[in-house]
Design a protein around this ligand. Structure first.
Ligand SMILES: Cc1cc2nc3c(=O)[nH]c(=O)nc-3n(C[C@H](O)[C@H](O)[C@H](O)COP(=O)(O)OP(=O)(O)OC[C@H]3O[C@@H](n4cnc5c(N)ncnc54)[C@H](O)[C@@H]3O)c2cc1C
Length: 408
């Protein structure tokens, strides 16, 4: 059996699904393939992450009709506090503070849990005309031949498309098959992720404590709950992950501190080994890479998905404009417009997050002093501080239409 589609997307994670919706709404025929059954991806216990979504991501979700579903279960980020810390000692007094009122577009972002965002995207996908969703099968092979790319699925089905988009994660089997190499390394760190309930309100404040083994982020969720991204060296993380809930909380408390009162686990615990992985090219023969398949970065700045959603916005805009002009959407010079748009931003993000992690995840007293002075200095320069806030909100650079909340 052989089917035909305009664009085949390998990978129905958050980025692949958002891209399918954006392209389908713009009138393209899209087929989305993912090896995991839809019920598994839509299960509220599938992934424990809570995402700090920048304003640009919120605008994209609004433009593709998903934000309304998510908004009621999101938490605006009103304030960010960044400081050095050590387990048992609490935060350094030289904290850097960012307040949402410093930019006119405030709030700078929202926290949205995966268990809210992923089902909302899947529901929107099911209601998008022109999109065929094939869960439970993977892309097994592809060959670009003249005007088409022939894709073979794991169940033997064959589909021809004008373009294949790889949204298949940081190991991207599709990019590997196309001979696209990757740069990067493992960080030797694992992120322990969970949600906690606490006695006192967080007032919309996100905290980032830079501990010697890695950052501890305490991110506000609706109600008296916070999402924890707690980075440790692999061995320590493995030992902590192996503890029962009481032991896990006993390890977390001295790192977390008591500023939110008593804390309790609110749901399951998850672990994510961390690595940097950037593709050498974002495009190939009738192929484009987006999301983690193009660039997976350290979560220290909470920007990986935000960057992926900007890829989605830029790629959708390039493809829809090309189609309207009657161009071949799989031609490499069309795809290079997307690569040029996203390559510099994503490389800068990869380098910055890598450098931050090196600078902050250690216990050198000289670096610690330098960091504290640096945080204090940025805190005293309102212009620089506002620049950081606009960057975190995703409002800098040449923003694609969807990232500005505009239709394609
Ligand atoms: C601890 C942690 C916290 C984070 N916090 C934030 C945050 O606060 N803000 C933020 O912006 N980002 C954050 N990120 C980053 C964010 O989670 C990722 O960038 C994002 O989830 C990547 O989504 P994706 O769709 O590109 O890839 P993935 O989620 O990896 O999805 C890839 C999909 O491809 C499928 N697949 C694999 N092989 C094939 C194949 N052969 N054929 C078809 N499909 C295939 C897989 O089944 C999967 O569904 C965080 C990351 C971590 C680890």
């Amino acid at each position: 059996m052989s089917d035909k589609t305009d664009i085949l997307i390998a990978g129905g994670g958050l980025n692949g699904t958002a891209l399918a919706i954006a392209l389908g709404r713009a009138g393209l025929r899209v087929t989305l393939v993912d090896p995991l059954p839809a019920e598994t991806r839509g299960d509220r216990a599938f992934d424990g992450r809570g995402y700090a979504l920048a304003l640009s991501s919120q605008r994209l979700l609004a433009a593709i009709g998903v934000w309304r579903e998510v908004a009621a279960q999101s938490q605006p980020i009103l304030h960010i506090t960044v400081s050095d810390g050590r387990a048992g000692e609490g935060a350094s007094p030289l904290a850097l503070e960012f307040d949402h009122a410093e930019i006119e577009e405030a709030p700078m972002g929202h926290m949205v849990e995966d268990r809210v965002l992923r089902p909302a995207l899947l529901a929107a996908l099911a209601g998008t005309e022109g999109v065929t969703h094939l869960p439970g099968v993977s892309v097994a092979d592809h060959t670009a031949t003249g005007p088409d790319v022939a894709v073979t699925l794991s169940d033997g089905r064959r589909i021809t498309a004008e373009l294949l988009v790889a949204c298949d994660g940081k190991q991207s089997p599709t990019a590997t098959r196309a001979g696209i190499g990757r740069m990067g390394w493992a960080y030797g760190q694992t992120a322990l992720v969970c949600a906690v309930e606490h006695d006192k309100p967080h007032n919309g404040t996100a905290h980032q404590f830079f501990m010697p083994p890695g950052p501890l982020a305490i991110l506000p969720l609706p109600g008296n709950r916070s999402s924890i991204v707690w980075t440790e060296r692999h061995a320590t993380a493995g030992a902590i992950a192996g503890l029962d809930d009481a032991g896990y909380l006993a390890a977390l408390r001295p790192r977390f501190g008591d500023f939110l009162g008593e804390i309790r686990l609110a749901g399951a615990r998850f672990t994510y080994p961390l690595s940097l992985s950037v593709a050498e090219r974002f495009v190939g023969d009738r192929l484009a890479l987006a999301g983690d398949a193009a660039h997976a970065v350290h979560p220290i700045a909470g920007q990986g998905l935000n960057a992926g959603l900007k890829d989605v916005a830029a790629l959708a805009e390039v493809l829809v404009e090309a189609r309207r002009r009657g161009e071949d959407i799989g031609r490499v010079d069309v795809l290079r417009r997307y690569e040029r748009w996203r390559r510099f931003d994503t490389m800068t993000l990869a380098i910055a997050t890598d450098a931050f992690n090196r600078l902050f995840s250690n216990d050198s007293s000289i670096l610690r002093l330098g960091r504290d002075l640096g945080l204090g200095l940025v805190g005293r320069l309102p212009g620089l501080r506002r620049g950081f806030i606009r960057e975190a909100a995703g409002l800098t650079g040449d923003l694609p239409r969807l990232s500005r909340g505009l239709p394609l």
